[in-house]
Ligand binder design. Sequence first.
Ligand code: BGC
Length: 386
Amino acid sequence: MFTKGSLEDLAQVSRQLISWNQHPSGGYVASPLFHHYGFSWLRDGTFIAYAMDTTGEHESARRFYDWINRIIARKTNQIDDLIAKHQRGENIPQDEFLHTRYHLDGSDDTDSEWGHFQLDGYGAWLWGVTEHWRRNGVTEIPESFRVSIDSTIQYLSAFWNYPNFDCWEEFSDKLHPATLACIFGGLRSIASFAGRSELFGICDKIQDFILKHAMHPDGYIVKYITPVYEISEAVRYELGTAEVDASLMWLCEPFEVLPIDHPAMRKTFAKLTADLRTIRGGIRRYVTDTYYGGGEWLLLTAWYGLLQLRSGNTEEARESLAWIGEQADSLGRLPEQVPDALQDFQGYEEWVRRWGTPALPLLWSHAMYLVLYNKLREVEISNSPF
Ligand code: BGC
């Protein structure tokens, strides 16, 4: 039984909904009732598995990582071919790269509208699976994962600076600091977990690259940068925009490219708070977002709470959690986004005509609610005098 307003009940429902919507194969469906989200994404799935780990449901997380392991292990020849082309300096069309979402039976999605080449999910999974092993007392890469982990490392090491679709499946000709953060986080996690110290060098390069090429003159990191290919075959990077994107929070939480008190992180967080936080307390993706009119995303509001926690602002984090709680329907289901402070109402209506109302429930929203809920509890317990 769910009582609206009870944060504990919502945590319970979130755990339940995630469990119910994990396919026996291990994949989590992004949203069971929204036709276009009937896949399991590496990105959503990793954060969902992470949430399950933070809530003690390790078996669920294990099944998800086994599912990805099996998918990637089947793709090692494709990865080897891509790397060989890269080494020969060949142009590789974007549709030859690994996909970002799979059918629940692990087969490729060959006919949805979105672009497939998205590197963030592969970085996130490397990070997530090592977090999972650490929490479960595993001290070295299990034999059955060696092939897929090694292939993922080679894939990311070769292609990290290739333009690809961002985490919102847009802007495929750009480079996205949030995607680079996922790659950095994945490579760094596995480097320290498996003693692969040579990977720290790539992580340093990624960090330098972001600070050198994605920094706005005002000192914050921008949403994306544009590679410009010169006739000499040299690449130059232009600031693609002055906008920020809420996914830039990933630079700090959880991937730690920049600490919360780094001047560029401080300015980025301040800018996105000013531009993307509504008076009601929800967080939008980016100012010119048109998907469903650019509503407030629950998972990003949880991320905002996590950054506030990192800054020591427990009260603000609690407010974010409470705001998410208010968006639950009478069954305790959380949507992807809410249209209460829209930037573009017509855009919202157009999307509703096309695809129906926004995805509900969205497992990733439930996952990020759980992550914030559990982190807040940890902080509260450690601050308690008893
Ligand atoms: C979002 C993606 C997400 C997918 C499934 C899309 O609208 O842009 O980030 O992976 O929905 O939740």
